[in-house]
Design a protein around this ligand. Structure first.
Ligand code: BGC
Length: 510
């Protein structure tokens, strides 16, 4: 699969790429900002559904039974939002994205990243139309499915585009730029909900329709950005590829990088079955880690907070407005802490951030669970001081996620595969993310209803497991050239080296 080799221009750089004459220039920055609006689309969706599903006008129109339950005087705090239809509204998007990402991977390699982004924005806009104009629950779910397809396409194309277009030494930072946009999208959605909740009876329509803004930005912007050199060369357009490379690097001196890309594309054409290659024993360590990073990212419980923050805060006794405000506060913490990650990831290393975060998340989850257990009965609400304490604990938790499992869940899978299986492997990471996001979104409100405050202990147990995984099975990849991972990481690792022993070394480029 040709896409499998697509990030090779950038990869080439880590090993010897610092010699490439490419600097950060205004055009590249503009391209990255435009492309990362795909992350904004994703983040806006994550953030918008929780607020909308907490709005009375929305519930009354589409989920009347939830509306009645919510306003029933003696309704159990932990169960008032437990409704499969309501959960399906949130989670259907991820199911669609999971399926769409496989088609997107084909479109991306056959027609390029730029075209894939355009398809993404177009389908997403259709979904926004369905949602904004919805008069029936089927239209709502149909709209969510279209949005999900758009996200599947965007999440496949945008990170690849960023990696290919970025000058080599800024690739890590630009990779986390995607996650930064996700967090900004979540924050904007929380703010929009905060204001729209006050507009009756159609505020929710505005909340859902504004998702069209990042999609329009991506669609219009995609006519400004070029196709990536790798994708052009891969599809036989050598001259255009060379020209684009000169433009994005801001120099005529791109021969060395150009040759690297041509070489990588030639190798890509030799690997006829990257997915079959990925199933071989020697790919086991990377494949297992890429999938587990995403599974664990979701089992931190982050989306229980991100999707359902307003619902969760209402559950623990906040009023509509206060709960949306609290979601805005956690949204700000999320953005700022992601910036911290951009700064620290290449200084402290991946493992240090992940382990520190495990400790911080574990303590905050236990504290949230115990506080709710002691202070929140099935009926009644928290005192003001306890409510503030819970919001603070949620912030401590979100902060640690945002500088660790959030961005690194995407970064690590993108840097551990050898070139011949990289995108095939990355596709597994993306689809695992969507699958487990779906499962958590679908299950959380039911879990909250049946397990009550103990649901936080459930996530805390997972955090112990992921801490142990990090200590024993996750090697440090900071500062290791991407093409030297096999020799310098996998073959040296106490456990994973047994998968490498009898294999020929991975082909390396000069
Ligand atoms: C995760 C999302 C999550 C978001 C929160 C992303 O890395 O994949 O599921 O909602 O971070 O910022």
């Amino acid at each position: 699969m040709a896409v499998g080799m697509a990030i090779s221009s950038a990869d080439a750089g880590d090993g010897g790429g610092f010699a490439f004459d490419g600097k950060m220039n205004k055009f590249v920055i503009l391209c990255c900002i435009i492309a990362s609006t795909g992350g904004l689309m994703f983040g806006y969706d994550i953030g918008i559904s929780g607020g909308v599903t907490a709005m009375d006008d929305f519930l009354e129109k589409f989920f009347h039974s939830v509306y009645l339950k919510k306003h029933h005087a003696h309704e159990d705090n932990y169960c008032k939002y437990n409704n499969q239809g309501l959960q399906l509204f949130t989670s259907s998007l991820y199911l669609a994205a999971l399926v769409a990402s496989f088609f997107a991977s084909y479109v991306c390699s056959k027609y390029g990243r730029k075209f894939t982004m355009q398809v993404a924005a177009f389908i997403f806009l259709l979904g926004v139309l369905f949602n904004g104009a919805a008069f029936h629950v089927a239209m709502l779910i149909g709209g969510r499915l279209l949005l999900g397809c758009g996200i599947g396409f965007a999440n496949q194309a945008v990170p690849l585009f960023l990696s290919e277009i970025a000058p080599v030494k800024y690739r890590g930072g630009l990779n986390i730029l995607f996650q930064l946009m996700v967090t900004i999208g979540i924050l904007i959605a929380n703010l929009v909900n905060f204001f729209m909740e006050k507009i009756h009876p159609w505020g929710w329509r505005v909340s859902l329709s504004l998702a069209g803004v990042p999609a329009m930005l991506l669609l219009i912007g995609s006519f400004v950005i070029p196709e990536t050199p790798t994708s052009l060369i891969e599809r036989g357009q050598q001259n255009q590829g060379l020209e684009t490379l000169r433009k994005i690097r801001g120099t005529e001196n791109v021969e060395k990088e150009y040759q690297e890309i041509v070489h990588a594309c030639e190798m890509a054409h030799e690997v006829k079955h990257p997915f079959r290659n990925l199933m071989k024993r020697k790919s086991r360590p990377q494949l297992v880690i890429a999938i587990l990073m995403q599974v664990f990212q979701q089992f931190t419980g982050i989306n229980a907070i991100m999707f359902y923050a307003p619902v969760l805060f209402q559950t623990i006794g906040f009023h509509n407005n206060a709960s949306l405000m609290s979601a805005v506060i956690t949204g700000i913490v999320n953005v700022v802490s992601t910036i911290v990650s951009i700064v620290l990831v290449d200084i402290l290393g991946r493992r240090m951030l992940l382990l520190e975060a495990c400790a911080q998340m574990f303590i905050s989850q236990l504290a949230i669970g115990s506080t709710l257990m002691v202070h929140l009965e099935s009926t009644g609400s928290l005192t003001k001081i306890t409510s503030i304490a819970v919001v603070c604990l949620v912030c401590v938790y979100v902060m640690s996620f945002a500088w660790s499992w959030g961005p690194l869940g995407w970064l690590i899978p993108s840097e551990i595969f050898p070139v011949e299986t990289r995108t095939a492997g990355y596709a597994f990471a993306v689809s695992s993310n969507m699958l487990f996001t779906f499962l958590i979104a679908q299950a959380f409100l039911s879990m909250l209803c049946s397990m009550k405050a103990a649901v936080f202990f459930f996530f805390a147990v997972w955090i112990i497991i992921m801490g142990l995984f990090t200590i024993f099975l996750l090697p440090e990849t900071k500062g290791i050239p991407i093409d030297e991972m096999t020799d310098r990481v996998w073959k040296q690792h106490w456990f994973w080296r047994r998968f490498m022993d009898h294999d020929t070394p991975c082909p390396s480029r000069v």
